[in-house]
Design a protein. Structure first.
Ligand code: HEC
Length: 219
C-alpha cells in the first residue's frame, strides 16, 4: 500500500472508531533515536516539508469532512440545538492506528475561541496573525509548515475560513443565532469569543504536530 492509501485507511479507522478520548493524552512515547536511522535516512528539509504538507492536507481534509458529517447528522436529528453540543473536536480523535503510524496531534485553534482549550499558543498566534493579514489584503492562504526548534517536532497549519452560512447559526451575529442555541452556548461556554463572523472570515486553523523522525521514516 502506498503511504497515502495507508493514511486514508488509518483515518477511515478513526471514523469507524470515533469518539471518546483526546489525542493529546494518547501520544505514544517517543522512540529513541538510533544510530541506524541517522545513517540510513539522508533527506533534505524540503523533502520533510513536502511530506508533512501532503500528510497534513489529507488528515485535515478527512477530519474536516468527519466534522461536517457529525454536525449535519446532529442537525438532522434535532436542529442546531442538538448540533451545538456535538461540535467538539475531542469527539473525533485519531485512533490508535493513526496515532501509532504518524504520531500526530490534531487540534483546531483560534485567537477568538469558543472553547479555551482551542486557544492558540504563541507560535500559533503568529501564524494566525499572518493569515489574518493575508485575508485582509485579499491574498490566498494555504498550509504552513515549520520546524519547532529546538526539538524534533514539525507544526502544520491550515486556515479555516467560514465557508457558508451554516456556520453562522452558531458563529454569526446574535440575530443569526437562535434563542435555544444561544442559551446552550452561554451555559457551555460562558466566555465564548467565537461569534460575529461572516462568510469568508478567518475562523481559526488546523494545527497538527508531527514528529520529525516519523516523517523521515515514511519517506
Ligand atoms: C451547531 C453549532 C455549530 C455550528 C453549525 C458550527 N460550529 Fe464551530 N463550534 C461550535 C462549538 C460548540 C464549538 C466549541 C467546540 C469545543 O468545545 O471544542 C465550536 C468550535 C469551533 C472551532 C474551534 C475553535 C473555537 O472557537 O473553539 C472552529 C475552528 C469552528 N468551530 C469552526 C466552525 C466552522 C468553520 C463551521 C461551519 C462549517 C462551524 N464551526 C459550525 C458550534 C458550531
Amino acid at each position: 500500500m502506498s503511504p497515502s492509501y495507508k493514511l486514508t485507511f488509518a483515518i477511515l479507522m478513526m471514523v469507524v472508531w470515533a469518539c471518546g478520548f483526546s489525542t493529546e493524552k494518547r501520544r505514544p512515547k517517543r522512540i529513541e533515536d538510533t544510530q541506524d536511522q541517522r545513517e540510513v535516512k539522508k533527506v533534505s528539509e524540503a523533502d520533510i516539508i513536502n511530506k508533512t504538507t501532503e500528510l497534513g492536507d489529507s488528515i485535515t481534509q478527512i477530519a474536516g469532512s468527519v466534522f461536517m458529517g457529525k454536525i449535519s447528522e446532529k442537525y438532522a436529528e434535532g436542529g442546531y440545538e442538538a448540533a451545538a453540543e456535538f461540535c467538539s473536536m475531542n469527539a473525533y480523535p485519531l485512533t490508535d492506528s493513526l496515532a501509532k503510524e504518524y504520531k500526530v496531534f490534531l487540534k483546531r485553534v483560534s485567537n477568538k475561541y469558543r472553547n479555551p482549550n482551542n486557544a492558540s499558543s504563541d507560535l500559533e498566534k503568529q501564524v494566525l496573525e499572518a493569515y489574518k493579514y493575508s485575508v485582509e489584503h485579499g491574498d490566498d492562504i494555504g498550509a504552513n509548515v515549520q520546524f519547532i526548534r529546538p526539538g524534533d517536532t514539525i507544526l502544520y497549519n491550515k486556515p479555516i475560513r467560514i465557508p457558508s452560512e451554516l456556520c453562522l447559526n452558531c458563529h454569526g451575529s446574535p440575530s443569526q443565532i437562535s434563542e435555544e442555541v444561544h442559551s446552550i452556548l452561554k451555559e457551555e461556554y460562558p466566555n465564548d469569543k467565537a461569534t460575529g463572523y461572516k462568510v469568508g472570515d478567518l475562523r481559526g486553523m488546523w494545527s497538527l504536530k508531527f514528529l520529525k523522525k516519523e516523517i523521515v521514516q515514511g519517506l
